[in-house]
Design a protein around this ligand. Structure first.
Ligand code: FES
Length: 118
């Protein structure tokens, strides 16, 4: 079976998203028992895992760069906000999550495998 995306409401409206996450800021949320950073970069809003894959630092304490990446506060690795890839040729990669805005709120997509053993 293919993968399905489960959409979780994270803000009541686009306005609430803009109010909580002004340009250049990183906002930490909990969704589906995961810590996720909502990032407002120059190119828009992105959602990525909060824990740095290099050594576990909190990316919510990091910052946005000019090249649409999030920078880890610990060793200053950059991760591309679109792809999650580390920008310095390292193998580390962030999990990224899709966002979508509907009339009734802003939603974060969690991909799930449709397969079940039962
Ligand atoms: S812990 Fe994030 S770059 Fe090392």
């Amino acid at each position: 079976m293919g993968k399905t995306t489960r959409w979780i409401k994270i803000f009541e409206s686009e306005e609430a998203l803009h109010n909580c996450v002004p340009p250049g800021r990183i906002y930490l949320i909990q969704a589906d028992r995961k810590s996720i950073c909502i990032v407002h970069s120059k190119e828009g809003f992105y959602a990525v895992q909060e824990k740095c894959p290099h050594n576990g630092a909190s990316l919510s304490r990091g910052w946005c760069s000019e090249v649409n990446s999030i920078v880890c506060p610990m060793h200053r690795y950059h991760f591309d906000l679109k792809t999650g890839r580390a920008l310095s040729g390292l193998g580390d990669r962030l999990q990224t999550y899709p966002l979508k805005t509907e009339e009734n709120g802003v939603f974060l997509g969690i991909e799930e495998s449709g397969w079940s053993w039962w």
